[in-house]
Design a protein around this ligand. Sequence first.
Ligand code: ZN
Length: 310
Amino acid sequence: MENNKSVVWPQGILISLIALCGSLSLGLIMPTNQSHSEIQRQSTINAINDTGVKTGTQRRLKQFKTAMLASWQQQATLKGISYTIPSRFQGAIINQAKLPPTDKVIALTFDDGPWPDYTVKVLNVLRENNIKATFFVVGQNLKNYPNLAKQVVADGHVIGNHTWHHWYHFFNQQAAAFEIDHTSELISQVTGAKTTLFRPPGGMLHNGLASYAKNNKYTVVMWSADSVDYSRPNASALTSRVLKQAKPGGIVLMHDGGGNRSHTVAALPQIIKKLKQQGYRFVTIPELLELQDKNYNLIANTKKQKQVAR
Ligand SMILES: [Zn+2]
């Protein structure tokens, strides 16, 4: 019914309406006309050079990503990552954390890297298992492979100091200072991490290095479970050796650098799987020390409460 009404609209009104619509659309089209043809031309170019444009976009995306990563790294370096070590462990030597047997935590540590091939392989296994570990790096290796150390930190692992040269002889004060300070400085420069964790090469505590580290408030981190992976036992022997020595609050010594570590890489998934089956969770050395510190405080508070109760 209503449609019929429009048919009977006076001709004059219809003409005016058509004229109005026409001028309106002209007005709308005119200013954009140039850009419209520009777009058309552009799409023709796009059609011709499609692959070229795609490559260009990918390149720009890549540049953007690189710039983002660089700025993130720069910020991390500027901000500095520093590990919180409870004061009672500053200048102390630790072999493990003293935790209740029910507190099934364990710390995996990897020495002598960064090292081509093996550091990345260890990182991959840790990432697949969503585990954080602690890496004691050798200064001269860090100098040779800085990107590997950056990856260690970017993956959320903790970095410790394992001297510059990994030498075993006696060090006077000045030589010890070089070995330790020079390495910590490079760790900070490369990764932004400020570490006060030190592990003496070969676990030697009496050749001048550990005493220098202790005097400078480093925590000297030894271990409670030695995988002896440097002797390259097969993966199953390596796994069972670690499992036999595993205990709550334990520190496991392994190597991602300093030689062929293919056996360590092969054993690592098994070690992690078996420890998980036993109910262990994995922590870094600062986390382990934090747990022990809380435990000390807990014991101290309980003692106080008992005294008050008396
Ligand atoms: Zn070592």
